[in-house]
Write a protein that binds this ligand. Structure first.
Ligand code: PMP
Length: 432
């Protein structure tokens, strides 16, 4: 069932001449699955349409942000209205307050907040702040977690770094990487050991509370609570990177779902509704160290950009309305269930889970609890599954090590089509 891809191929050839690897972010390439990415013409609700006119049910949703679907009329109207009032002021404006109110009501641990323009920026800024506050240099991160591409965080990183098999990036100075210690997610002993070996030197533990950049992992009972406890005992800060999980795993993020209070939180993605945005926030005493209230410098020409704020306000307020979140959560759950049922029925080793409106699946015969478990997945099987779904109009992330994202618009025909395609493809695979 070959798709027509002539125009996409032609444009991608040009893209290869103009951009490294043909893309402007590595996860968009099809390196792990083979073939070339299609070139998008437009998005509408749960669908992407490419330049050859093919339609795909999209489970990437801009890698998380688009909880209301592509081009939701309310988001389009809000951004258009703001566009007419100006695109950027470089001076305080009310939309910043409006989005902050919505976020702080949903996530009261963010006593003070600073808007930035990406998750990466949020990551580099929280590290600087944590180091300044504690007067310490080292940090602990986890194998397979991704927190953006700041030097200190590109150590054993997930997402594209992992997909491309680049455990550490050239260009990161050894003395910077040397201050980043890595532990194993869901393994508190590995964290305790690092604290023991580096007593009084660790500024912060940074974690994706529900990692989505090594595929989807879920926290063992007591793991996040354990991180809170050990950080308190050792005088280190606990940073939750909720760039992916914020408003996705629960309307109040993983910190509300699991009732664990981080000192600092990173956000991005959903809070911009598909426009460039990021934020970090947390305890007032820590956040007050940020300039101009305190001495820790952090700034941005486009920070709190009014277009991004308008997109975020419309998206998050629509998402928190009525039973929208609960309905979207059921879609993610249904997909994970279908994977598990088909696995049992067809004898294909598959592990699948959902947390809120994120889902994940691994071609793996054993439960995936740690990052090492995830790495033992059958990548050849994943490739086959991915490509055949794509040919039938269902677009999962082009890597075994990425999560899936649904929107409220996936209800109905888009979901039904997905379940049919999953079944057909896995059926075929079981007979080969
Ligand atoms: N943290 C997490 C958990 C992420 O998933 C990402 C991006 N996928 C980032 C940080 C970096 O965000 P950005 O791409 O906006 O810089």
């Amino acid at each position: 069932m070959a798709r027509v891809t002539a125009r996409s191929e032609e444009l991608f050839q040009e893209a290869l001449r103009r951009f490294p690897g043909g893309v402007n972010s590595p996860v968009r390439a099809f390196k792990a699955v083979g073939g070339d990415p299609f070139i998008v013409a437009r998005g509408e609700g749960p669908y992407l349409f490419d330049v050859d006119g093919n339609r795909y049910v999209d489970y990437i949703m801009s890698w998380g942000p688009l909880v209301l679907g592509h081009a939701h009329p309310k988001v389009v109207a809000a951004v258009t209205r703001q566009l007419q009032l100006g695109t950027s002021y470089g001076a305080p404006a009310e939309p910043e307050l409006e989005l902050a109110r919505i976020i702080q009501e949903a996530m009261p641990n963010l006593e003070k907040i600073r808007f930035v323009s990406s998750g990466t920026e949020a990551g580099m800024s929280v590290l600087r702040l944590a180091r300044a506050f504690t007067g310490r240099t080292k940090i602990i991160k986890f194998h397979g977690c991704y927190h953006g591409h700041a030097d200190a965080l590109l150590v054993k990183a997930g997402s594209g770094v992992l997909t491309l098999g680049l455990p550490d990036s050239p260009g990161v100075p050894a003395d910077v990487a040397g201050n980043t210690l890595t532990a194993h997610y869901n393994d508190l002993d590995s964290v305790a050991r690092l604290f023991e070996e580096n007593r009084g030197q660790i500024a912060a533990v940074i974690v994706e509370p529900v990692p989505g950049n090594a595929g989807l992992l879920t926290p063992r009972a007591g793991f996040l609570e354990g991180l809170r406890e050990i950080s308190d005992q050792e005088g280190a800060l606990l940073i939750f990177d909720e760039v992916m999980t914020g408003f996705r795993v629960h309307p109040g993020g993983a910190q509300t779902l699991y009732q664990v209070r981080p000192d600092l939180t990173m956000l991005a993605k959903v809070i911009g509704g598909g426009l460039p945005v990021g934020a970090f926030g947390g305890r007032k005493d820590i956040m007050s160290m940020i300039a101009p209230e305190g001495p820790v410098y952090q700034a941005g020409t486009l920070s709190g950009n009014p277009l991004a704020m308008a997109g975020g306000i419309a998206t998050v307020s629509g998402w928190l309305e009525g039973d929208t979140f609960a309905r979207a959560e059921r879609i993610a759950k249904r997909i994970a269930e279908e994977f598990r049922e088909l696995s049992l029925e067809l004898g294909i080793p598959l592990q699948a889970a959902s947390v809120g409106t994120m889902f994940g699946f691994f071609f793996n015969d054993a439960p995936v609890v740690t990052f090492a478990d995830a790495q033992r997945s059958d990548l050849a099987r994943f490739r086959t599954f991915f490509s055949r779904c794509l040919d039938r109009g269902v677009y999962f992330a082009p890597s075994q090590f990425e999560a899936g994202f649904v929107s409220i618009t996936h209800e109905g025909e888009a979901l039904e089509h997905t379940l049919r395609v999953m079944k057909d493809v896995l059926h075929e695979m079981s007979q080969e």
